[in-house]
Structure formats: structure tokens, C-alpha cells
Design a protein around this ligand. Structure first.
Ligand SMILES: NC(=O)c1ccc[n+]([C@@H]2O[C@H](COP(=O)([O-])OP(=O)(O)OC[C@H]3O[C@@H](n4cnc5c(N)ncnc54)[C@H](OP(=O)(O)O)[C@@H]3O)[C@@H](O)[C@H]2O)c1
Length: 386
């Protein structure tokens, strides 16, 4: 195999960036066979060059200014693993695409907020903009929705897409400790984002849902139209009440297509039956369950975060580009042809609901709107339909 090496510039050497370096260093032959050419790193960038990252960076050129990676002659492809929806990450991605360099990123916040403009730029310049790692970490949710299920009109999908909140809910249930105690420990262990509300209030899940919704329904990413309720209001006694009556709490990303192209996208702390597939998705795992008009239901499950799983998806994008790349539609439909979403609020969408009541059996309501339920108690949407 004598093909020219494909040369990467990697910005961000933290959990994900470090994981990518490890895979490339550990499997050069395997990746060359898969990609059809050697995958090599020319240059890297982080904030602190001297930091011990548990993986050697001595073989690579260093840039203090990550944006310079986008202009280096020895960088064919830019990999953005810094994070954040503005600042260096955004400028780096835009500069690389303007300079004719394909981009790989794991940055869901950036794509949810600026995905349309970035997709237009990438498509105008006929460049791949790859982001498999942005949703579902190591599980191929983007490929599933965009490629594997492309023949289908997507009718609905359900996802558990935030490992931190899933971990917190599992931990409260298993340990019997209060929400506040588990959050405090999760913060101390660095398990939550620096700003924990990103996870707890459903923002991170919302970014991922926004991206998936765009692909599923062929609509422009519209983060500001996406209602979110996080897990902040769920108490230990709610979790115990639900468990003892056959239900389990999950932070669910859900989407439905209604008539005439109207859709609902929402992040909602809701209930699933305790014996369901979604209930089994515990701790840091993610799941996506999709219902298409031809395929029926299909699912994808695995580790949604962490250096290994997330880097696995980033490296898969590297191999895809080496193999000829995705220069077609970033969101599955050409960016200029994406439609404005026509949204209906989850409050106006009928579904199944459970009313949890202290010291009494829960009440279950089918095919109703939340506002139609007059019973006293805490009302939660029940997800048991895929
Ligand atoms: N962690 C996960 O499991 C996971 C899963 C899916 C997607 N993602 C996404 O992947 C991206 C990276 O996440 P992460 O967890 O790897 O973050 P992280 O561990 O905080 O690493 C961020 C890296 O960016 C570097 N950095 C920060 N500001 C910079 C700047 N101005 N110029 C150059 N480098 C800069 C940091 O450098 P120093 O190391 O020198 O401080 C660090 O190496 C984010 O978009 C995140 O949402 C992460």
C-alpha cells in the first residue's frame, strides 16, 4: 500500500483528543489497511504544551494557536476536539473549511448552534464535515439515521443521549442517596460538565437531539425551538415510587412526525417500563430507537461518552475521509434544501402518562394531553411505544 499519507492536525488533546492519539499510535497498520493510506498526525494544539497527557505528543509539531492548524501546508484535515459553541472551536472549523480543508469534530454544541451555516460552507466548498462522535459517543447514531435509514420517512425516535444524567438517576436509585448528594459526588469526581446545568437541565441532550432531528426530518437545526426539562425536579422518593410500581426514570430525547410535516422535538425527564429495553440502558450508556415507515423499529446502543468510545467515532470519520470521504450533505439533505421546522409543543402532543401519587398506586392515562389530566400527583410522560 503506497498511497500518500493523509495528514491530520488535531486541536484539543483532552479526553477525546488524547483517545484519538492513542488509537492512531496503537493501530497504524490496521488503520492504514482500513483507510487505504497511512493516517498520520502532523501537528497538534492544546492550551498547555507541557501537560502530561498520558500519551506522547513529541512526534508532532505544536501550535500554540489552534487556528494556525487550518493554514498549515502539512495538514490536510483539521480535527476539532476543543469544544464550545463559539471562540476558538468555531473559528477553527470555519477557517479550515474556508481554506479547503475537511473537518472532523465531536462538538455537538457547535453543530446544534451553527450547524446550518457550517454545513452550507462545507457543501459550497465540497468538503466533508464529519461529526459521528458528536452524538452517542462510540455508537454510530449519525450513520444510522443519515445513511442506514435514509430510505425511510422517520415517524418517531426516542433516545437516551446524556450519560451523566443517566448515571445520576441510576446512582440515586441504587444507592438510595439524595439527588443533591449524588450530584455533589459526581461534580467532585469530574463526572459532570464544569457547568453541571449543561447536563442536568438537558442542554447537552438538546444539542444531540437537535442534530438528530435535523437529519431525521430534513429540517434546519433549531436549538431555540426545542423544549427541555431536565432531571432537577426528580426526587429520591419519586424514583423509589416509580421503581416499586414498575417504572424507571430516564432523561428522554424524543421526536415525532405529525401530519403535514409538523414535528415535535423535546428533551423530557419521563418514565419507561422497568422491563423495557430503555430501562436496561444504565449508567454511561446511550440508546437510540428509531421507527421508520419501511424498516419498522431499529436501535443502536452503546457507550455514549468517554475517551475510548468517542475517539473510536472520531477515528472512524478519519477512515471514512481516507476512503473517499463524505462531500455530500452534512445533515443528509443539502443544507440549502433543509426546511424550516414546523414545530408543535410537546404539551399539545397526546401520549401516555403516569401520575405518581404518594402512598397510592400510580394512575396511567393513554393517548391524552398532559393538560387533560386532572388527577393530583406528579405527572410524567411514559415512553413505551417503540
Ligand atoms: N468527553 C466525552 O466523552 C465527549 C463525548 C462526546 C463528545 N465530546 C465533545 O468532544 C469535545 C472535546 O471534549 P473533551 O471531553 O475531550 O474536552 P476536554 O477533556 O476538556 O479537552 C479539551 C481540550 O481542548 C484544549 N483547549 C481548550 N482551549 C483551547 C484553545 N483555546 N486552543 C487549543 N486547545 C484548547 C484543552 O487543552 P489543555 O489540555 O492544554 O487544557 C484540552 O486538551 C467537546 O466538543 C465535547 O462536547 C466529548
Amino acid at each position: 500500500m503506497n498511497a500518500k499519507p493523509l495528514r491530520f492536525g488535531i486541536a484539543g488533546l483532552g479526553a477525546v483528543g488524547g483517545g484519538v492519539l492513542r488509537i492512531l499510535q496503537n493501530h497504524p497498520v490496521h488503520l492504514e489497511r482500513r483507510g487505504g493510506c497511512p493516517l498520520v498526525i502532523s501537528a497538534v494544539s492544546g492550551r498547555d504544551r507541557s501537560k502530561d497527557r498520558g500519551v506522547s505528543i513529541s512526534a508532532y509539531a505544536w501550535e500554540d494557536d489552534a487556528i494556525k492548524l487550518a493554514s498549515r501546508d502539512d495538514v490536510d484535515i483539521v480535527v476539532e476536539l476543543i469544544g464550545g459553541d463559539e471562540g476558538v472551536a468555531r473559528t477553527l472549523v470555519e477557517t479550515a473549511l474556508k481554506n479547503g480543508k475537511p473537518v472532523i469534530t465531536a462538538n455537538k454544541a457547535l453543530l446544534a448552534k451553527h450547524g446550518l451555516a457550517l454545513a452550507q460552507l462545507a457543501e459550497k466548498n465540497e468538503l466533508p464535515l464529519c461529526y459521528e462522535a458528536a452524538v452517542g459517543g462510540g455508537t454510530p447514531m449519525i450513520k444510522m439515521m443519515r445513511e442506514a435509514l435514509t430510505a425511510n420517512a422517520i415517524l418517531k425516535f426516542r433516545g437516551i443521549l446524556n450519560g451523566s444524567t443517566n448515571f445520576i438517576l441510576s446512582e440515586i436509585r441504587d444507592s438510595g442517596r439524595s439527588y443533591d448528594a449524588v450530584i455533589a459526588e459526581a461534580k467532585e469526581k469530574g463526572f459532570l460538565e464544569a457547568d453541571p446545568s449543561l447536563d442536568i437541565d438537558g442542554h447537552d441532550a438538546g444539542h444531540k437531539l437537535c442534530i438528530l432531528g435535523s437529519i431525521a426530518f430534513g429540517i434546519k437545526p433549531a436549538l431555540d425551538k426545542l423544549p427541555r426539562t431536565g432531571i432537577g425536579k426528580i426526587k429520591l422518593e419519586d424514583i423509589q415510587n416509580a421503581e416499586s410500581n414498575g417504572y424507571r426514570f430516564k432523561l428522554v430525547c424524543w421526536a415525532e412526525r405529525h401530519e403535514k410535516g409538523v414535528v415535535t422535538l423535546a428533551v423530557e425527564a419521563g418514565l419507561v417500563p422497568r422491563d423495557s429495553i430503555m430501562a436496561r440502558v444504565e449508567k454511561g450508556k446511550n440508546i437510540l430507537m428509531v421507527q421508520g415507515d419501511s424498516v419498522g423499529s431499529s436501535l443502536c446502543e452503546g457507550m455514549g461518552a468517554g475517551p475510548g468510545p468517542t475517539a473510536s467515532a472520531v477515528v472512524a470519520d478519519m477512515v471514512d475521509i481516507a476512503r473517499g470521504g463524505r462531500t455530500d450533505s452534512v445533515f443528509g439533505v443539502a443544507a440549502n434544501d433543509l426546511l424550516d421546522g414546523n414545530f408543535v409543543s410537546p404539551e399539545d402532543v397526546a401520549g401516555d402518562f403516569v401520575v405518581l401519587r404518594a402512598n397510592e398506586k400510580p394512575l396511567v392515562f393513554s393517548n391524552q394531553r398532559r393538560s387533560e389530566i386532572q388527577e393530583q400527583g406528579k405527572i410524567f410522560r411514559l415512553f413505551s411505544d417503540i
